[in-house]
Design a protein. Structure first.
Length: 453
C-alpha cells in the first residue's frame, strides 16, 4: 500500500506541543513503531502525553508559553534527544517559517510544508493571489495592502458594501472589521492596523467583499510535494469569536464536493505543498464558494474526517514527511455516514471566559460510534495560560440525525467537575430547531443568544 521508494522511516520524533494533540500524535507514532519524544513546561510535567512518551524533555521557561515557543530551545531539545523529525501539531510553532528553517539547518525534518510555502500561505494577500491563479474562487478585493481610508473607500464603492478589513498576516479573526459605509473606514482601518501590528508584528491590511449569511466550509487535503488528494469537506459555521465550537461532515452533495475538491488539489499542487492542509471557504446564500485561507498543518477537527473516511490523517502526514509518495488515489477515498464534533472547552458557557482549575471528577463516554480525544483525567490541573480545549467529543452515525442523537447521549454521559465547560451550551444546540434543520450560518451563535443561558 505504501511507497517506500526514496523514503526513510523516522526512528524518533519530537512532539513540539501539549494537550490532546500531543497525545493524538504520540498514539500514531506508537502505531507506526516510531519512538515518541516530547518537550514540556512546568505546567505539563505530569500530563498524560509526557507520562506516556518514551523521552520527555523539561523545557520550562518563566513564561509558560515560551516552553513551546522558544525556537532555539526546541531545536536544542530535538538535537539533544537525537530526533529525526519534529511534529508541531497545531498552534505554537506549527506555522512558523523561521522554526522550519532552523530545523532544516540542523538536518531535522519538519513534519509539514516547507518554510517557503508556510511564508507564502501565511501572507493572506499572497495566498489569495496564488490560489486565484490556480483557479480557486475568491471574493472581490484588494490585491495589495491598503493603508489609506480614501483608497479603501474607492475600492468598496467598486465591489459594493459591506466589506471586511483583514490583517495580511492574520489568523483567528484578530483585528477583522466589517465596514458598511464610507464614513466608517478611517476608524476601522486604524483599529485593524493597530491590532494586526500588536498581534502579528505586521500592520498590513487588505479589503475584500464581506459575504453575508455565509457558511464556513473547509476541505482536507494531503499532498506529497507533487500530487494532492482531498478527503472532502467539514462544516464549521458554529463559532464564537471566529473560533470553531462544533464541526461536522459531510455537508455537500457529491458533485459540489468533486468540483471544489479538484480545485483545492490544484491549489496545493501549484505551490508544491507537502503534508496535511486545510483549505477554508465561505459559502454564500446562493451556494457560491469564496476562498478564505489555507491552514498549513493538522487541524483540531481532522478527527471528523477520520471518522467518515476511515483514514488516519496524522499517520498519512508523517508518511509523506518521511519522503513517501501519496499512498492513496482520489478514487480510494469514500465517505460513509456523518460525524459531529463538539469542542469541550474549559470555559464559562455564557461569556466564553477560560475556567482553569483542577478536575475532581472526570468521565468521558465511549461505545458504538463515539470517539473522545482528550488529555484530561481525574486530578488533572487545567492551566489558565494555554488554550482552553479540554476534550473533543465526536459521534458517528449512519446519517446526520443519527449522529446528533448519539451526541446528545454522549454529552449526557460526560461528567466534568472542578471547571466550567461548554457541555450545557452544546446540549442546548443539539436540541435547537435551526441546528437540526441545518439552517446555520457563521452568525449562528449571535442569532441564538438564548442558547447562552
Amino acid at each position: 500500500m505504501f511507497d517506500f521508494a526514496g523514503s526513510m522511516a523516522f526512528k524518533r520524533v519530537l512532539i513540539a506541543n501539549r494537550g490532546e494533540i500531543a497525545l493524538r500524535i504520540l498514539r500514531t507514532l506508537r502505531d507506526m513503531g516510531i519512538e515518541a519524544a516530547i518537550i514540556h513546561g512546568r505546567e505539563d510535567r505530569l500530563s498524560l502525553p509526557v507520562r506516556l512518551s518514551d523521552f520527555a524533555y523539561d523545557n520550562s521557561r518563566p513564561n509558560p508559553l515560551d516552553s513551546y515557543l522558544d525556537i532555539e530551545s526546541v531545536v536544542a531539545a530535538a538535537k539533544e534527544l537525537k530526533c529525526d523529525a519534529v511534529h508541531p501539531g497545531y498552534g505554537f510553532l506549527a506555522e512558523n517559517a523561521n522554526f522550519v528553517r532552523r530545523l532544516e539547518e540542523e538536518g531535522i525534518t519538519f513534519i509539514g510544508p516547507s518554510a517557503d510555502v508556510i511564508t507564502l500561505l501565511g501572507d493572506k494577500i499572497e495566498a489569495r493571489a496564488a490560489m486565484e491563479a490556480a483557479g480557486l474562487p475568491t471574493a472581490k478585493g484588494s490585491s495589495e495592502p491598503i493603508s489609506e481610508a480614501g483608497v479603501a473607500s474607492a475600492l468598496a464603492d467598486d465591489i459594493g458594501y459591506p466589506v471586511i478589513i483583514k490583517a495580511a498576516a492574520g489568523g483567528g479573526g484578530i483585528g477583522m472589521q466589517i465596514v458598511s459605509k464610507a464614513s466608517e473606514f478611517e476608524s476601522a482601518l486604524k483599529l485593524c492596523q493597530s491590532r494586526a501590528k500588536s498581534a502579528f508584528g505586521d500592520e498590513r491590511v487588505f479589503v475584500e467583499k464581506y459575504i453575508e449569511g455565509a457558511q464556513h466550509v473547509e476541505f482536507q487535503v494531503l499532498a506529497d510535494g507533487k500530487n494532492a488528494i482531498h478527503f472532502g469537506e467539514r462544516f464549521c459555521s458554529i463559532q464564537r469569536r471566529h473560533q470553531k465550537l462544533i464541526e461536522e461532515g459531510p455537508w455537500l452533495d457529491d458533485a459540489k464536493r468533486a468540483e471544489i475538491g479538484s480545485l483545492v488539489c490544484k491549489g496545493a499542487e501549484s505551490v508544491g505543498y507537502k503534508g496535511l492542509a486545510t483549505f477554508e471557504f465561505l459559502r454564500d446564500a446562493h451556494g457560491d464558494f469564496y476562498f478564505l485561507e489555507v491552514n498549513p498543518r493538522v487541524q483540531v477537527e481532522h478527527t471528523v474526517t477520520e471518522l467518515i473516511t476511515g483514514h488516519n490523517l496524522v499517520e498519512l502526514g508523517i508518511r509523506v514527511a518521511q519522503g513517501e509518495s501519496l499512498p492513496l488515489k482520489q478514487e480510494d477515498i469514500e465517505w460513509r455516514g456523518h460525524a459531529v464534533q463538539c469542542r469541550l472547552n474549559a470555559e464559562d458557557p455564557r461569556e466564553f471566559i477560560p475556567s482553569p482549575g483542577r478536575l475532581w471528577e472526570c468521565h468521558f463516554p465511549s461505545g458504538y460510534g463515539i470517539r473522545c480525544d482528550t488529555h484530561a483525567h481525574p486530578g488533572y490541573d487545567m492551566p489558565g495560560c494555554f488554550d482552553s480545549l479540554l476534550a473533543k467529543l465526536l459521534t458517528w452515525g449512519k446519517d446526520r440525525e443519527d449522529a446528533i442523537a448519539r451526541m446528545k447521549t454522549a454529552l449526557d454521559e460526560t461528567v466534568i467537575t472542578g471547571v466550567e465547560h461548554l457541555i450545557p451550551l452544546h446540549r442546548r444546540i443539539m436540541d435547537e430547531k435551526d441546528y437540526n434543520d441545518g439552517n446555520i450560518t457563521i452568525q449562528y451563535i449571535d442569532n441564538h443568544q438564548e442558547l447562552l443561558g
